[in-house]
Write a protein that binds this ligand. Structure first.
Ligand SMILES: Cc1ncc(COP(=O)(O)O)c(C=O)c1O
Length: 305
């Protein structure tokens, strides 16, 4: 393809030619049987990518829209939430919570360092009357390259009973995010990173426990009301007019991922991480995070079965 662009940024990432070509089609009717088949296939593929049996819903939104949907569908004004803040995107979660009038407690770590699990454990264990309704964490903190130890934080949250909400915008499709094995309740992501797509689609995966919270939640929502998406997804449909050409791209991108396999995808990203760090070192450039920035999740992947 002419004018191929090598994007050296965390996202949008380069889009494979097969995906670009899949999108270069006339749009089809979003209520047609043909499009229902596309929705069915991509929904199954998204569940595979999230390693989950839960719902994975598709929004016309960037990653932030998916994050906002995660907040407004499952929480009520004044709810106390613990938000991990060790970079720009953790801070964004906290700002969204502030905007909706939640009681936002920031669990801070220095930028470039991972969140400290003990800083979650202590307030969760002290919360006898269960005032904390959710713990909200950015898995891969793109602004510093730190991968937070989501599995360990989630274990603490499970022991307490709050919802575990995650920004997996730069981890899904690059490192393992086994939603069911780690007990994650809400996982938000966007199309322009590990999905190998242009920006424009947001994804929210929702556990059964989060749906219980949805039934009680009182923050207002309309376009981002995930109940509407769930109802339509059950019929392989969509509540609004979705960007059908992005769905064509998603279909092909997921097929490519499935042909490669989760383990091989994660191994490829690990190789690229290590090669990039080695190259930087050879050039005498310091890396952030200096300690490597891996939480250990890379080494254990439940998708192996
Ligand atoms: C970890 C993380 N969260 C959220 C976002 C925000 O996503 P968007 O710009 O798609 O709204 C980004 C974007 O780079 C990100 O890297």
């Amino acid at each position: 393809m002419d004018n191929k662009l090598m994007l050296m940024i965390p996202g949008p990432t380069p889009v494979p030619e097969q995906v670009l070509l899949a999108m270069a089609k006339h749009p089809i009717g979003h209520r047609s049987g043909e499009f229902s088949k596309v929705i069915a296939e991509v929904t199954a593929g998204l569940k595979w990518l999230h390693q989950t049996q839960n719902d994975v819903l598709i929004l016309t939104a960037s990653g932030t829209g998916a994050m906002e949907a995660g907040i407004i569908n499952f929480l009520s004004p004044g709810d106390r939430v613990l938000v991990g803040c060790n970079g720009k995107f953790g801070d964004r979660w906290a700002k969204i919570c502030d905007a909706y009038g939640l009681d936002t407690v920031r669990v801070e770590a220095e930028w470039g360092k991972p969140l400290d699990v003990a800083q979650f454990r202590q307030p969760l264990q002290a919360d006898g009357d269960r005032q904390i309704k959710a713990v909200i964490v950015t898995h891969s903190e793109t602004s510093t390259g730190v991968l937070n130890d989501l599995e360990a934080i989630s274990q603490e949250v499970k022991a307490h009973g709050a919802l575990m909400m995650v920004d997996a915008v730069t981890s899904l499709g690059a490192t393992s995010v086994p939603m069911d094995a780690w007990g994650l309740d809400v996982v938000a992501s966007g199309s322009q990173k590990g999905y190998m797509l242009p920006p424009g689609l947001g994804f929210v995966a929702v556990s059964a426990k989060a749906w219980e919270a949805y039934a009680q939640a009182k923050l207002p929502c309309f376009y981002l009301d995930l109940g509407k998406y769930r109802k339509e997804a059950a019929k392989n449909s969509h509540p609004f007019t979705p960007p059908v050409n992005l769905f064509f791209g998603l279909q092909v991108a997921l097929r490519m991922m499935q042909a490669e396999g989760l383990e091989a995808i994660f191994a490829r990203h690990r190789r690229h991480t290590q090669a990039t760090r080695a190259a930087m070192q050879a050039l005498g450039l310091p890396c952030l995070p200096r300690s490597g920035g891996e939480s250990g999740n890379h080494r254990r992947c439940p998708c192996r079965g």
